[in-house]
Design a protein around this ligand. Structure first.
Ligand code: HSE
Length: 437
């Protein structure tokens, strides 16, 4: 039987998870590939307590793995860019196939990496870079290949979803839940990537590229995190029949493609609204199939390893059958489209506004006059009797749900509301996304 040798660079949560799945499922994997797949070289500075790699060769320099002539497929599971990028380019230059879980690397440098791989006729597979164990890359790139994709929307950061879920269900404080997510191994090395939306923006950049046949354009992704969401917002959204979820949304419009990550109100009875904890889900709408939903664990050692090993199997099969190749970004390299990414100011959305107003005559009238002036249609409004600190400070929260309007118009209305004498604080704005559109 033919043997395919794997070199692993990085033996952290995902690296050792992948090593374990390869070892535990080796017989079944060999039967699927038609060749024996075995780890022959691991690059890591040190083994963590409990890690056992048996007699597999270990180097403290990850480049020793990439330069090992016996390795056929390199797994880049270190994360980050500084070492990962030159390492992947070196692996490609050495004629090796690469499997990576590194969303930052693919979102920011994927165009260059895929071009280098195409020149050397090797594959770079990245299923594990988006939504952990959910095979979303394969679903969009292959399973939905017959469709013109209209839009996709997903919960693609497990840490953020875990935090919002715990805040809503248990009233827990943001910082406390984040600490737990870090301890459970869900969060990025720098957790601001999770809570400020950067991790989700990396993943959305990748999904949009393969859905719409466009180059990877991370800098054009509008990115907003969950750090400003309060318990109040979660309660008011509930009262209006919505849930607040941190979504990545990409939608094709006549003017260009929307590419945006932000907290979003979605109908409480929508399936995405009920995706809780560390789970991820992505809804993809194609013109032929309609809406489809992919759900599963978005982070953690074994789920992410599931995607890494699936990629290894694909690449290993391709080594045996090189003629059946799927383009890295789903569309042929010379037919990527230059359709524009819409600036956020041109995106149309409905909005939830929480305005903290002074409790005095005429303030609500001033606010509604500004909205009327800007031709913003109000769909629902809540104003409660002020209590506690609000009552003492003579402040009153006004919650408004609007119809769809262009973001630039809403920016102007919010700026005018914030200048009112009766406005006590910055306006909290959360966009609403209707998943049936
Ligand atoms: N920090 C990421 C998350 C890990 O929480 O979703 C998986 O990419």
């Amino acid at each position: 039987m033919k043997v395919i040798n794997i070199g692993i660079c990085g033996l952290g949560t995902v690296g050792y998870g992948s090593f374990s799945v390869l070892r535990n499922n080796c017989l079944e994997i060999s039967r699927r590939v038609g060749a024996e797949v075995r780890v022959t070289h691991v690059g890591t500075r040190r083994l963590r307590p409990g890690q056992d790699i048996g007699s597999v060769k270990k180097s403290s320099d990850v480049f020793a793995v990439v330069n090992d002539p016996d390795v056929h497929i390199v797994l880049e599971l270190m994360g980050g860019i500084d070492v990962a990028k030159p390492l992947v380019l070196q692996a490609i230059a050495n004629g090796k196939h690469v499997v990576t879980a590194n969303k930052a690397l693919i979102a920011q440098h994927g165009n260059e990496i895929f071009a280098a791989a195409a020149k050397k006729n090797v594959l770079v597979a990245y299923e594990a870079s988006v939504a952990g164990g959910i095979p979303i890359i394969k679903a969009i790139r292959e399973g939905m290949a017959g469709n013109s994709i209209q839009w996709l929307a997903g919960i693609i950061n497990g840490t953020g979803n875990f935090i919002l879920t715990e805040m809503r269900e248990k009233g827990r404080a943001f910082a406390d839940v984040l600490k737990e997510a870090q301890a459970l191994g869900y969060a990025e090395a720098d957790p601001t990537f999770d809570v400020e939306g950067i991790d989700a923006a990396h993943k959305l950049t990748i999904l949009a590229s393969i859905a719409f046949g466009i180059p990877l354009q991370f800098p054009k992704t509008y990115t907003e995190g969950i750090t400003k969401i309060t318990q109040e917002d979660i309660r008011y959204a509930d009262e209006l029949g919505y849930r607040i979820k941190h979504l990545g949304i990409s939608r094709k419009t006549a003017d260009g493609i929307e590419l945006r990550v932000h907290p979003t109100l979605i109908d409480a009875d929508n399936m995405l609204a009920n995706v809780n904890g560390v789970m991820n889900a992505v809804m993809v709408n194609g013109d032929a199939v309609g809406s489809t939903l992919y759900y599963g664990a978005g982070a953690g050692a074994a789920p992410t390893a599931s995607a890494v090993v699936a990629d290894i199997i694909d690449v290993a099969r391709m080594i045996s059958h090189p003629e059946s190749s799927v383009p890295a970004l789903a569309f042929q390299d010379d037919s990527l489209s230059d359709v524009a990414i819409l600036p956020m100011s041109e995106v149309n959305s409905a909005y939830y506004l929480r305005i903290t107003a002074m409790d005095r005559v005429g303030v609500l009238a001033d606010i509604t006059e500004i909205l009327g002036d800007c031709k913003i249609n109000i769909e629902a409004i809540i104003q409660k009797e002020p209590r506690g600190a609000d009552a003492l400070n003579q402040r009153v929260p006004v919650i408004i749900l609007t119809r769809e309007i262009r973001e630039a118009v809403m920016d102007e209305a919010i700026a005018r509301i914030e200048k009112l004498d009766g406005a006590a604080e910055k306006v909290m704005r959360i966009r609403v996304f209707r998943l049936d559109q």
